[in-house]
Design a protein around this ligand. Structure first.
Ligand code: DP6
Length: 344
């Protein structure tokens, strides 16, 4: 009879962006990054892993469709979890449920949001895969280094709240891990709103996009070496002191610099669309109207805006968005508000 485990993992939104690798196979970044993990009930991946003696081979289904299990990143995660499981068995840890350890797995994973639309689906996906496999094989401990080998940003979804991915220095990547900066309970009145400008698949995937950026953009090199190290310190400080103004300004500047490096990439990469640019303008006009930074935006490898604000401004800002982007006008590209809280 099969042994079955189901887990969920949330999306994370980077406020200091990861863009560029120094090692493609191990997925080691050229700079550290920092993100906010969303609440479990909102944007999430649910993964079920079954093991059984009767399974002939490892197989995987994503959103109901069977995918290629030989994908190198999937293989890295499976191999690393099985390696840890073997290590624990060889170390002779007592009380381990070892049945099925050598068995093949069937993996079934579903997202409750559009895949590959720049909504960090690979992050939640690989975080969930690694976490669920670890449960099935009875592996515990530091797993962000394994999730990282599925997709860089996935390592940050292994923790809740505010999470940094420390780039590390070692060639083998052992020190390139995620670490919680503050737990999900730390900033209860911080709110996140996702404005869906388009649910289409993105034109250029992050993996190949950042490859081209590393090869061609000197702005990216400058960013990684001279901008991000200081910004990480400032961002951690802003999070720890719950300084919304500092948090918001750093978030917007870092998003803008990331998209500037995309434009500096040759040939250039465009992730923002007209709606994204209108949202950027709207946020700045809104903040200028109040003479203070009440709202911040950030965009990943896609046109959808993620908005940060404090609870007391949500109702009004949502009304403003609905005024400027009424549903179904705007050439069909209507914007859907989805209030997401990062605290339970
Ligand atoms: C723009 O983690 O998807 O969202 O490591 O190649 O899988 P791979 O890339 P991925 O890149 C995410 C890039 C980003 C910024 C971020 O999340 O930090």
């Amino acid at each position: 009879k099969p042994n079955i485990v189901t887990c969920t993992a949330p999306v994370n939104i980077a406020v200091i962006k990861y863009w560029g690798k120094r090692n493609e196979d191990l997925i080691l970044p050229i700079n550290s990054s920092l993100s906010v993990t969303l609440h479990q009930d909102q944007l999430k991946t649910t993964t079920t892993v079954a093991t059984s003696r009767s399974f002939q081979e490892d197989r995987i289904w994503l959103n109901g469709k069977e995918e290629d299990i030989t994908h190198p990143r999937l293989q890295s995660c499976l191999r690393e979890i099985r390696r840890l499981a073997r290590k624990r068995r060889n170390d002779g840890e007592a009380g381990l449920n070892l049945t099925g350890m050598s068995h093949k797995v069937h993996i079934c994973s579903v997202n409750n949001f559009p895949t590959a639309a720049g909504l960090a689906s690979s992050a939640a996906g690989f975080a969930c895969l690694v976490y669920t496999l670890a449960q099935v094989f009875g592996v515990e401990g530091e797993l962000s280094g394994i999730a990282r080998q599925g997709s860089g940003s996935a390592c940050r979804s292994m923790y809740g709240g505010f999470v940094q991915w420390i780039m590390g220095k070692k060639d083998d990547g052992k020190d390139s891990l995620a670490q919680q900066v503050e737990p999900e309970t730390h900033w209860p009145d911080l709110r996140i709103l996702v404005l869906v400008a388009s649910a289409e698949r993105k034109q250029v995937g992050s993996t190949s996009g950042m490859q081209t950026s590393v090869q061609t953009s000197c702005l990216l090199k400058h960013r990684a070496e001279s901008v991000v190290p200081e910004r990480m310190v400032e961002m951690i400080e802003a999070v720890q002191t719950k300084d919304f103004t500092a948090f918001a300004e750093l978030t917007m500047k870092d998003s803008n610099q990331f998209h500037a490096t995309c434009l500096d990439t040759y040939p250039p990469i465009f992730y923002l669309n007209n709606v994204s640019r209108q949202v950027i303008n709207l946020v700045h006009r809104y903040n200028r109207h109040y003479g203070e930074t009440r709202v911040a935006y950030t965009f990943d490898a896609g046109p959808n805006a993620v908005i940060f604000m404090l609870q007391q401004h949500v109702t009004e800002f949502v009304q403003v968005v609905q005024h400027f982007f009424p549903p179904d006008t705007n050439g069909g590209q209507f914007i859907k508000g989805l209030p997401v809280s990062c605290a339970s």
